[in-house]
Design a protein around this ligand. Structure first.
Ligand SMILES: [Zn+2]
Length: 99
């Protein structure tokens, strides 16, 4: 009888310890995701700063990656505009407002 009770206590403590470990891992993962999202935002701001270099005397600003003129926009396969656009994962995780 005593051994059975001790076993349950041990098992209960083990489960509690595992839950705490999982809780810490989830909290760490959330922190990592938040840090990475902040880094992506910062890098996109840097890219936006070079998206359309200053106009030269004979040519309107153009994208340094695809060469598209600002008034025409980026070419469809431009890596810079792709990097500036939110990924599907980001848009899927963005909460939407309900009417
Ligand atoms: Zn471009």
């Amino acid at each position: 009888m005593t051994d059975l009770f001790a076993s349950r206590v041990r098992n209960g403590l083990k489960i509690t310890d595992e839950n705490e470990t999982l809780r810490r891992q989830l909290a760490q993962r959330d922190t990592t995701i938040t840090d990475q999202a902040a880094e992506i935002k910062r890098l996109r701001e840097v890219l936006r700063g070079i998206e359309w270099p200053r106009q030269t005397c004979d040519r309107s600003p153009y994208c340094p990656m695809c060469g598209g003129l600002r008034h025409d926009g980026h070419k469809t396969d431009c890596a810079l505009v792709a990097a500036l656009s939110p990924s599907k994962t980001e848009t899927d995780s963005t909460p939407t407002e309900k009417p």
